[in-house]
Design a protein around this ligand. Structure first.
Ligand code: KG4
Ligand code: ZN
Length: 336
């Protein structure tokens, strides 16, 4: 695999993190993340208008810090990469405007990157080659997908969720249990002392279809809090919820990896930061002799370094964007 020679400034602002990174070849020189979690916590979800304004406030300080930590100036940059799809239009526009301006003034290449291709490329932060074809589970706040990566840039989505994403199951469960945001990390913490077998929560797994479903889990959690009332053990409920999500993701993942004769399996996206999920998949895939890769937890949740890694192999292939690069709220993974 070939990577771009030269330093890439990467920018990510698709949702509620403002992030900038400097990536050199496949080496991450800096990765700065300003999160807006506290801003949105009081509304219980991301407010698009507030997100865009916070990005506007944070974007230059975050870029400046990324350059400083990497020990480079604007003149040392060889390209600028930015998430331009999918995401909140106002949020994306802030990152794309900044990226365009910097690339234009420095007269260096600009490249727009698909957010999910960024998550997929986060495994390239690990040393060595990742054998292809690979099955990658992208599990985040908005996505739960099993993607066949035949080659970098050549993807096929084999399984999707029919309703909620895995991250949403964590976030909604955390809200019902009175735990804070971000929900996934809060559930993981609360589950440490919990008994995952205490409460029976349904895991929807139809035998014949490659489909995830997490909305039943949300309803079951609501019912559980209503029937148990003040007698509910938050730790046991958190552990039971985590177990249900992990089991659903892991069973389907291993089956798809085996059915497709995958040469490797990768776990990426915000939910990939979950320790129970990482351990379960590592164990199950080892039993099937399928090599397992997952980036460090801070590269699983939204960050600009993964955008820089995707840009690095794309730029090395000669891909470039024009000055009229657009943003798009919904967009399929690129093919080739
Ligand atoms: O990839 P990401 O940062 O943003 C999206 O593109 O959606 O994923 C965010 C999701 C949230 O739903 C959050 O609750 C979940 O990832 N998450 C976790 C953990 N850390 C973040 N879920 C389970 N366990 C964690 N440790
Ligand atoms: Zn993401």
């Amino acid at each position: 695999m070939t990577f771009f020679e030269g330093r890439i400034l990467a920018i990510e602002s698709s949702c509620d993190e403002t992030s900038a990174a400097v990536v050199d070849g496949r080496t991450i020189r800096s990765n700065i993340i300003a999160t807006q979690i506290e801003l949105h916590a009081k509304w219980g979800g991301v407010v698009p208008e507030a997100a865009a304004r916070a990005h506007l406030e944070n974007i230059l300080p975050v870029i400046e810090e990324a350059l400083q930590v990497a020990g480079v100036s604007l003149a040392d940059l060889a390209a600028v990469a930015v998430t331009n799809r999918p995401g909140l239009v106002g949020a994306l526009s802030v990152g794309v405007s900044a990226a365009k301006t910097l690339a234009f003034l420095q007269r260096i290449p600009l490249i727009g990157i698909h957010h999910l291709e960024g998550h997929l490329s986060s495994v390239l932060s690990l040393p060595g080659e990742v054998p292809l074809p690979m099955i990658s589970l992208i599990a985040s706040g908005g996505h739960t997908e099993l993607v066949l990566v035949r080659a970098w840039g050549d993807y096929e989505i084999l399984a999707e969720t029919r309703d909620d994403a895995a991250g949403e199951a964590f976030d909604k469960g955390a809200r019902l249990l009175g735990l804070g945001m971000p929900g996934g990390a809060a559930i993981q913490r609360a589950a440490v002392d919990g008994n995952p077998k205490r409460y029976r929560l349904p895991v929807a797994l139809s035998a014949d279809s490659y489909t995830f479903s997490f909305s039943g889990l949300k309803t079951a959690m609501l019912r559980l809090t209503e029937t148990e009332g003040s007698g509910l053990s938050v730790a046991d409920a958190a552990a039971s919820l985590q177990e249900a999500v992990v089991r659903s993701l892991a069973e389907r993942s291993v089956r798809v990896a085996m059915d497709t004769n995958a040469a490797s399996f990768a776990l990426v996206g915000g939910v990939a930061a979950n320790l129970a999920l990482r351990t379960r998949l590592a164990d199950s895939l080892r039993r099937e002799a399928i090599p397992f890769f997952t980036p460090a937890p801070e590269l699983c949740t939204d960050n600009a370094a993964m955008i820089g890694l995707a840009a690095s192999w794309r730029l090395a292939r000669g891909d470039r964007s024009n000055w009229d690069l657009e943003v798009s709220p919904g967009s399929e993974l690129p093919v080739a």
